[in-house]
Design a protein around this ligand. Structure first.
Ligand SMILES: *[C@@H]1O[C@H](CO)[C@@H](O)[C@H](O)[C@H]1NC(C)=O
Ligand SMILES: *[C@@H]1O[C@H](CO)[C@@H](O)[C@H](O)[C@H]1NC(C)=O
Length: 499
């Protein structure tokens, strides 16, 4: 064979396998470094232990039942009107979401996103879209019963239920905590978030900086990369938050230091032959409202303005510029789990185009990973977009969890589901001319109670076998986790998973 023909064949086959970085057939067997540079409380709850009043973090949903009238506070119409105390049951309009100022002082955000405040006539309303002194309240808890509270306004007076239809900020009585006191409420906590915003704002700037730096430098260390490479893992997917691009002094409450942790990860990855997939897990404004995208109160604001999209592109540009020349860089994932319908296909398409260009400004060889939307969306909806992109990858997340279809399934039914349904879902998006496919998150955990080790092993192998057909590869969620089956480290060390 002449040199020219060999060279042609080489180029041709490299083209077929989407790039010349790796030998044909290379696939990532990756693990996510979840809970490291983007906080998720369920992965490591102890991080929150040192926060005073730690059940009152940003996004905590509170309902207030007046002990005197036995009815719940309600932002009439969900907001934009008065606050009353005439509801005998509580749901959305009766739920107030905390914005934490400090451990005892808060704003209360209502259903339609206004804040509770009071008028010059001391009437309690929920009309302001912004927060000021009159939207700031202290929650005073009864010392021996923290679910009994009074709410103190910035005028020094307590809120009181004058009548079921009139709540005012003018109660001066020192009073007691009895059922006849119009300023006493019993609270119900309806929901909590434990993300990076809650953690850092919960500690406050100074303490948060200390806690985060300690966490970043101890949770993932070089030995972890050694462990991964010795156990058959060839790549890591590293979730990062948008504030990493503002290091060392990101906007409050976020704190600097995650960037040097990511630098370290690159060094260790390169030393131990592990590839790095950077994953923008938390985009400004939150792309899904979950704590893992660092939403303050569960709202989802990402992608609603061009400025927000361009701010996000700037994060990708920053990270691409910084790491493009590093041999460890394998892929940039532009955003994790944007949620439909809040994130529209239009906004996402605009972002993906600009984000792709941002990566390509710095690297022609990094793969660009596009996460499919969660929620109601066609799994092939990104295909028209990716057809114009080189080295593009579509990321899907397969969990036998979170939806009712898995309720009551046996271990064997879960395993069958992987071989049948997951397999056909993956085949549907894995096509000769389309993007590469990546199962960027999966776990050997399910809703089966008391499953045996053997069942877990078979569930894990089934997934590795099926997801091994994804043309880019797969990534386990996650390396470390206090919930054992969610920890690949634990699963490997205890013989549940072998690569
Ligand atoms: C509560 O009071 C408001 C304001 O007067 C009124 O519009 C509403 O119908 C009342 N709701 C109930 C359930 O009594
Ligand atoms: C799984 O696939 C089977 C066979 O195609 C189908 O009957 C079933 O409805 C699917 N189950 C779910 C939950 O999608």
């Amino acid at each position: 064979m002449s040199f020219a023909i060999r060279a042609f064949l080489l180029l041709f086959s490299a083209g077929l396998c989407h790039g010349a970085r790796d030998s044909p057939g290379f696939k990532v067997k990756a693990v996510n470094l979840g809970g490291w540079l983007v906080t998720e409380g369920w992965i490591l709850p102890s991080l929150f232990d040192g926060i005073p009043n730690k059940d009152f973090l940003d996004g905590t949903g509170l309902q207030f039942k007046s002990v005197m009238v036995g009815k719940y506070l309600c932002a009439e119409s969900g907001g934009g009107s008065i606050v009353v105390a005439n509801r005998s049951s509580a749901s959305g309009w009766e739920t107030f979401s905390l914005w934490r100022i400090n451990e005892v002082t808060f704003n209360f955000r209502v259903f339609n996103k206004q804040f509770v405040g009071y008028t010059s006539g001391n009437e309690v309303v929920a009309v302001s879209k912004t927060t000021g002194v009159q939207e700031t309240f202290e929650i005073v808890r009864k010392p021996d019963d923290p679910n009994r509270v009074k709410i103190k306004a910035s005028n020094g007076m307590f809120l009181q239920v004058k009548t079921e239809e009139l709540v005012t900020a003018d109660y001066s009585g020192e009073g007691g905590w009895g059922d006849d006191d119009p300023s006493v409420f019993v609270i119900t906590v309806t929901g909590q978030l434990h993300g990076e915003f809650q953690l850092t704002n919960g500690y406050g700037l100074k303490k948060a900086a200390q806690v985060m730096r300690e966490h970043w430098s101890t949770y993932i260390v070089e030995d972890d990369f050694k462990f991964m490479s010795q156990n058959g893992i060839n790549a890591v997917r590293i979730p990062v938050g948008w504030w990493i691009a503002k290091d060392p002094s990101p906007p409050e409450p976020f704190v600097g230091g995650s960037l040097s942790a990511l630098d370290n990860a690159f060094t260790w990855a390169e030393t131990h032959g592990i590839k790095v997939i950077i994953d923008l897990h938390a985009a400004p404004g939150s792309q899904n409202g979950f704590e893992h995208s660092s939403s303050r109160d569960g709202s989802q604001e990402w992608g609603k303005t061009d400025t927000n999209i361009q701010d996000t592109v700037a994060v990708i540009d920053f990270l691409s510029a910084r790491y493009a020349e590093r041999p460890g860089l394998y892929a940039m994932e532009l955003i994790n789990e944007p949620l439909a319908p809040g994130v529209t296909l239009d906004a996402l398409t605009k972002y993906y185009k600009s984000g792709y260009d941002a990566v390509r400004r710095h690297s022609s060889s990094a793969y660009v990973v596009l996460s499919n939307r969660l929620g109601p969306a066609d799994p092939k909806e990104l295909f028209p977009l990716t057809s114009g992109m080189s080295l593009s990858v579509v990321d899907v997340h397969y969990y036998n969890l979170y939806t009712s279809e898995f309720n009551g399934l046996t271990a064997q039914q879960n395993i069958d589901f992987v071989y049948r349904n997951r397999s056909s879902q993956l085949s549907y998006i894995t096509t000769a001319s389309g993007p590469l496919t990546f199962v960027g998150e999966w776990v050997a955990e399910w809703q089966v109670n008391g499953a045996s080790k053997d069942e877990y092993q078979r569930f894990g192998s089934a997934q590795m076998q099926v997801y091994g057909r994804a043309t880019f590869g797969w990534a386990y969620w996650t390396l470390k986790n206090v919930n054992n089956h969610w920890s690949l480290e634990w699963m490997i060390n205890n013989g549940y998973i072998k690569l």
